[in-house]
Write a protein that binds this ligand. Structure first.
Ligand code: FES
Ligand code: FES
Length: 177
């Protein structure tokens, strides 16, 4: 059994007949063919699959494609179509070296856009708390926090004075995730 979905992706209408169990992450990658949305766990743990769903950041492995029917999704491709047209958050990640292998980066950037839309001037602690659902296996948290602070118009050096909180795997110590 399949169901027809109509999902606007990066401003473009898409439609397909999908199995009700199909995850939005797989819809974006395998049906629409947009590969920037990475899948690191499939179990809501890593945040690599984060996209914007009607402007709110969500982990697309926790959303069924049928749940996104008639809604609007933005992926990294829509946010920053190429290196000449980087979204300010993506530009801040580049400027502050907020990536290493880059696998977590699309999810980090999308989660940051969601965070800043709710809290345009987060403190260093609010950045860590806001992104603690996104994991970086390269443990590049320090520069990621710098990048988010820079994107928010804050001094990225605010990230310098909390070295004890930079330990992997989370953004903040004591996380019970
Ligand atoms: S792939 Fe979705 S949270 Fe890891
Ligand atoms: S930059 Fe490699 S996983 Fe984050």
């Amino acid at each position: 059994m399949t169901e027809k979905v109509e999902i606007t992706v990066n401003g473009e209408p898409t439609t397909a007949d999908v199995e009700p169990r199909l995850l939005l992450a797989h819809y974006l990658r395998d049906v629409v063919g947009l590969k920037a949305t990475n899948i690191g766990c499939d179990t809501t743990s890593c945040g690599a699959c984060t996209v914007l769903l009607d402007g709110e950041s969500v982990k697309s492995c926790t959303v069924l494609a049928v749940q996104a029917d008639r809604q609007s999704v933005t992926t990294m491709e829509g946010l920053s179509p190429d290196s000449e047209h980087l979204h300010p958050v993506a530009a801040a990640f580049r400027a502050e070296h907020g990536l290493q292998c880059g696998f977590c980066t699309p999810g980090m950037v999308m989660a940051t856009v969601g965070l800043l839309s709710e809290n345009p001037k987060p403190t260093e602690r609010e950045v860590r708390e806001g992104l603690e659902g996104n994991l970086c296996r390269c443990t590049g948290y320090h520069n990621i926090v710098r990048a988010v602070l820079a994107a928010a118009g804050r001094d990225p050096r605010e990230a310098e004075d909390k070295p004890a909180e930079l330990a992997a795997p989370g953004f903040s110590t004591g996380s019970s995730e």
